[in-house]
Write a protein that binds this ligand. Sequence first.
Ligand code: HEC
Length: 449
Amino acid sequence: MFADTHDRAAGIPRLVKPIATATMTAVLFACTSLAAYGAAPADWSKIPVTTIKLFYPGQSSYEWLHSKDHKRADKKVAQGDSCFSCHEGEEQEIGELIVSGKRLEPMPVKGKQPTIDLALQFAYDKDNAYLRAQWKTRNPYPGEAHPFKRYDGKQWKHYGYPKLDKVVQEGKQPGIYEDRFSMLIDDGDVPNFDVHGCWISCHDGQRDMQDKASKADVKGHALLGDNGLKKKDVRKYVPSTRTDTNWASTKSRAEIDKIKAQGGFLDLMQWRGHRSNPVGMADDFNVLEYRLNDAGKGPFSKNWNKKAKQPKYMYDAAKYGSNATREDQIRKKPTALIREANAVPFDPNANWKEGDMVPAYYTSRADAKGSAADNNMSTGTWKDGMWTVVWARPLNLTNPDDKALKAGGVYTIGFAVHDDNITTRGHHVYWPTTVGFGAKADIEATKVP
Ligand code: HEC
């Protein structure tokens, strides 16, 4: 029950502060408007804690689960038996087997933990649902850095990659990627999400999965490619959008739109250590035929001017201390480039030196709008090796790309944590878990005044 050992004295952290460590005080991140981000329940120590053991899933895709390699379980899974009915309590065992590389993980990551304990607390009042999530990081620093553009003396080149990438495993690039806490949410309209959870969205052909689809194949695909969604890779999707068990077998646009209108999509939201937390936000996506942005604009954008082959923004030296950061600085000082707080338009003549780096993405609370900006009360602090994320989400949202949380409702949630500079399958996950707001569920949210 590690949650109880934290923040008790401080009471509930009002959502007032972006990430902070002892070394970060020198920097500017004092966005004055943060105090208005909203408040959470009066005292988290009074809200019950449920701790779940997230485990490393490797490439255990939907297709693998339905294959003969999933020993004698393939038929049971097809019949709709729950994962939990066979695997309850096996999280440690499964995690250890997969991180070892003996099963379902062709590129084991050095030092990867088999499991991560995630402590969860839920509450709600008449306006919002509240969540506090806490977990220990592998590293003695918060995962707030994300890949950069680095000046090599002539050109700006991408620098830093997630640890499942070959260039990192071969030692050619450093592992740099933000920490994340994610939730996939259903209200009962997506077939089998209640029994198979996130795994229904995880498929062969996706990034970092078996038989990854080629860029050319995706670009040439009628619905996903150049003449459709303009994608270059395959990401999460729900099986009802396909006619067969492969990513390319999409149903027609009209059929998919009908599934969406009937609620057959998942809500997906991610709190991000670099690209949302510094402005007190989490993103808001939805999963249907692809992992789609909600309407509007989320909190982050690419910091790259394609034509000029240079960044769009650099740090404002008056606020950050310099126009760039450097390799030896990045775990010591926050790196987020915040458009309205510490960024200025990129100046190609700013006396750049080899090794200067600016973030490959910038963040902006001011730019975020519409349904994609619903999660604007979400702040994490990292202290003594642990992230504490406090999140408020409005109840009764009416956007067509959200699963509205309501008093009296029960939702199935898949939780995930990306820890130690990694993305895609390199997360830790858990079996589908129900959360009730004034209703019976695995985790019952506490009503607060
Ligand atoms: C009918 C029982 C049953 C169901 C239902 C079931 N599994 Fe399994 N699963 C097994 C068995 C048996 C193995 C193989 C264990 C072994 O080889 O020792 C296995 C293996 C696995 C493995 C590989 C790790 C290992 O221990 O070999 C993963 C990951 C896994 N299952 C995930 C899932 C998920 C996710 C679901 C739900 C979508 C699920 N299973 C549903 C019985 C089941």
